[in-house]
Design a protein. Structure first.
Length: 181
């Protein structure tokens, strides 16, 4: 079989597969995902697209397409923040299905929600205001100026972890924060 014929078959198979996976119950492409479908169909390597669609990242995209909810950053924020979610978000932003946002800042906010959730109430009274008014406020300002990078997010997470560890140390040593004044 000629190389040209194989490529044509791969492109046709990719087009059919993308259409099948990104279509709604009416068998029409989900309107929000048309730019993504066009990008996948016109990709330089149709074989790579087919392989990706069969793996977990592609399956996440398929489940999002099958859902009736609009695909938003908030919807993706509620999913586990793993490699697959980040890859799907990246492709949705790249194809302009989702708007661009500062991912380092957004991940910081998601991380803070997750790390604060299990803390006892007496820790939250100290840590939450510190995180929201000191760390997030400054991070938001830097993000709005395009100056919030991955390294800054790492430093901010370390500051919050240190505060949490300090509060745990106080508890372990039967001390109250006011006792240190």
């Amino acid at each position: 079989m000629e190389l040209c014929t194989i490529r044509t078959l791969l492109i046709s198979r990719t087009r059919d597969r993308v259409h099948d996976l990104l279509s709604g119950e009416d068998l029409q492409l989900v309107p929000q995902l048309i730019p993504l479908a066009e990008a996948l169909i016109s990709a330089a390597s149709p074989r790579s697209v087919l392989n990706w669609l069969s793996r977990s990242g592609g399956q996440l995209l398929v489940s999002l397409a099958a859902g009736r909810a609009e695909i938003t950053h908030d919807l993706l924020d509620d999913l586990p923040q793993d490699h697959d979610t980040r890859a799907v978000r990246n492709i949705l932003v790249t194809t302009q299905v989702l708007p661009t946002r500062n991912e380092f800042f957004a991940r910081l906010e998601i991380w803070i929600r997750q790390v604060l959730e299990p803390l006892p109430a007496h820790h939250l009274r100290i840590i939450r205001p510190f995180a929201e008014w000191s760390i997030v406020r400054d991070a938001r300002r830097r993000s709005s100026r395009g100056r919030y990078l991955e390294s800054a997010a790492g430093v901010d997470r370390a500051k919050i972890r240190t505060a949490i560890e300090f509060m745990a140390w106080l508890d372990a040593n039967n001390l109250a924060l006011v006792d240190l004044a």
